[in-house]
Write a protein that binds this ligand. Sequence first.
Ligand code: MG
Ligand code: MG
Length: 246
Amino acid sequence: MRRSADELAKMRRAGRVVAEMHAATRAAIRPGATTRELNEVAVAVLERRGARSNFLGYHGFPAVICTSPNDMIVHGIPGELVLEEGDIISVDCGAIIEGYHGDAAYTTGVGEIDAASRRLIEVTERSLWAGIDELVVGHRLHEVGRAVQRVAEAAGYSVVREYVGHAIGTAMHESPQVPNYWPGTPGPTLKSGMVFAVEPMVNLGGFETYTLDDGWSVMTADGSRSAHFEHTIAVTDDGPEVFTLE
Ligand code: MG
Ligand code: MG
């Protein structure tokens, strides 16, 4: 689906709210903070900007952000979990402005983290940007996943298969999906005005996952750490425009 200039303007505004949620939650991450506190910080940003949450109530999800520490890949529910020095934490959040959605995620360390975790985070973010660089008019969509996979696997990591990126607009999750790996076909041809959420989930170990009994928390099967980065990006005649930059 191609968005008009007016629609893109609304998505740009939604993206700025998401970026502000990122900055505010980042500033609150420290040893001793709870993931519930990070959610409250994000709620305050949404209220200040007059934006609605696309996470709260999504299939019953009870918060405006997902908080996923260490070997949790995505979809963690904020709560009483206390962040500890050396943890890594992924924060995923979104916002709706005038019916248009933004969606983005980052992973960061809590205090000092080990070199392996630092490298995982750095490579995952780099894999996202390699994917974003493929969002060019006339390219095929699945070049995004091929680029993400190349960066992650060259570093010795794996990319999660069961959870993928997506088109985004008047709903958070629209078709088509955006895999973080080469799915065997090139996918649709990119046109200006298309908007996607690209979101590599990269594991230190294998790509297999399982879900906790809460029905949400997605974990690495081998207990290895996982990082997650996401931006909402428009394909434009001038190249990719990232709406959710901090
Ligand atoms: Mg997200
Ligand atoms: Mg997403």
